[in-house]
Ligand binder design. Structure first.
Ligand SMILES: [Zn+2]
Length: 432
């Protein structure tokens, strides 16, 4: 869907639904706006339930100050106006109080976005504005000053966060990605020292080799079409559970090739499409190292290709940034699955692959998976799960995330006590 073709009222309602749906704002908190080409500012209203916002509730403030709509504009309208005046490149602003970012604002710390390569690029520069009374011109001035200094995101001391961008989806992605970093860092802090990526390491993630050459599929088999829908369904589930963000997370599935049985064919999610709006037409078919024409596959396509080539029993691969599993990938702490039977049966042992191996040919990782390891952690990047089917790979992602969460929660209440060697042997004999 072309989001930019939606009326600003509908864009604001849709994005507020996403923010409220994830618990990133309350009924009364948070506000969003869009600056139209003619200078109108479309903004969420004051005093209206964010959980039941409709397009008719949105307020339009004309350049001369005239108000159009049934409500007053948000009480934070002064800072929206002040930011647009100082940042002519902005067309949308998101402001809310998600708990993890509020925690950082109370501790007066800026979340580190160099924990995974994409987060730094999505968020841009993160600044900090000192405390001022909500709704005041003084708050507008300190926020606008910080944005004018070149920051794309501003953490508000003892308050929340504001992001701006050239469009509402881009401002939302900044907001969502920074919140992901904050949640992941809070989980990781209890595990040990957080490993930060250097500039060189982040730059490495952009070098993924030449683009794949293209081909035009003669037809789309029913099996392929069925898998397209299954991939879309899995991505939507993963996104709804915050196992992925709108910009991060890749899913692929092997397609049996009826014309060329020896061909390595698979479907993979595209690059640059919001996971929330993913459609079957966005999914890219890959056959023998070539991509379906006019489509851009995920940048992880070579890694997925190498896995399907090396491991004939693997039918699906998922790479995702779920916060608890990612917390393990950014610290040195071992992700010990020998703690409850379900984790060990479904996940086995999870090795941590040093940063960088995923950006080359992917052969090293594929070789590791070929030794009967179904799940690996990619250092400072993601968790990678595989399965004979999409559902099995997704189940492994869910089990990995809940296991990581349980283990991290354990650190708050006592010592982590794994199951004994005898019990592990018993599980291996019965289930593996
Ligand atoms: Zn606020």
């Amino acid at each position: 869907m072309k989001f930019s073709l939606l009326h600003p009222r509908d864009q604001l309602v849709t994005v507020m639904e996403r923010i409220y749906g994830f618990g990133m704002t309350t009924t009364s908190g948070g506000n969003l706006s869009i600056l139209d080409e003619n200078g109108d500012i479309w903004i969420t209203p004051a005093g209206v339930d964010k959980g039941n916002l409709t397009a008719g509730d949105i307020v339009c403030v004309k350049p001369d100050g005239t108000l159009i709509g049934p409500h007053k504009p948000s009480s934070e309208y002064p800072f929206h106006r002040a930011i647009y005046a100082r940042r002519p490149d902005f067309r949308a602003i998101v402001h809310a109080h998600p708990a993890a970012l509020v925690a950082f604002s109370i501790a007066r710390k800026i979340p580190n976005t160099s924990i995974i390569p994409q987060a730094h690029a999505v968020c841009g520069q993160v600044g900090y504005a000192p405390y001022r009374l909500p709704g005041s011109e003084a708050l507008g001035a300190v926020i606008a000053d910080t944005f004018e200094a070149g920051f794309d995101v501003v953490l508000l001391e003892n308050h929340g966060v504001v992001t701006g961008a050239e469009s509402l989806p881009a401002a939302f992605q900044r907001f969502e990605t920074l919140d992901f970093c904050a949640r992941t860092l809070i989980r990781a802090e209890t595990l040990g020292e957080v490993r930060s990526l250097t500039r060189e390491e982040i730059a490495k993630s952009r070098k993924r080799g030449k683009k794949l050459t293209t081909f035009k599929p003669k037809f789309h088999s029913s099996c392929e079409r069925e898998l397209r829908q299954k991939i879309v369904d899995i991505v939507r589930r993963a996104y709804a559970q915050q196992l992925m963000t709108s910009t991060e997370g890749t899913v692929s599935a092997r397609v049996p090739d009826i014309c060329e049985p020896d061909a390595v064919s698979f479907l993979i999610t595209p690059y640059g499409v919001d996971r929330f709006y993913l459609d079957i037409d966005d999914i890219v078919l890959i056959r023998n190292g070539e991509r379906e024409r006019r489509k851009k596959p995920s940048r992880a396509v070579r890694l997925h290709q190498a896995i399907y080539e090396a491991c004939p029993e693997i039918g699906a691969v998922i790479t995702a940034q779920s916060p608890n599993a990612t917390a393990y990938s950014i610290t040195q702490r071992e992700f010990d699955t020998r703690t409850i039977p379900e984790s060990y049966i479904v996940l086995r042992d999870i090795p941590l692959i040093p940063y960088g191996a995923q950006f080359g040919s992917g052969k090293k990782i594929a070789k590791r998976l070929a030794t009967n390891i179904p799940v690996i952690l990619l250092q400072n990047d993601a968790i990678l799960t595989t399965g004979a089917t999409l559902l099995q790979a997704f189940d492994r992602l869910e089990v990995a995330e809940f296991s990581a969460k349980a283990l991290i929660d354990t650190t708050h209440i006592g010592k982590m006590i794994p199951i004994g060697e005898e019990e592990v042997k018993e599980i291996e004999e019965k289930f593996l």
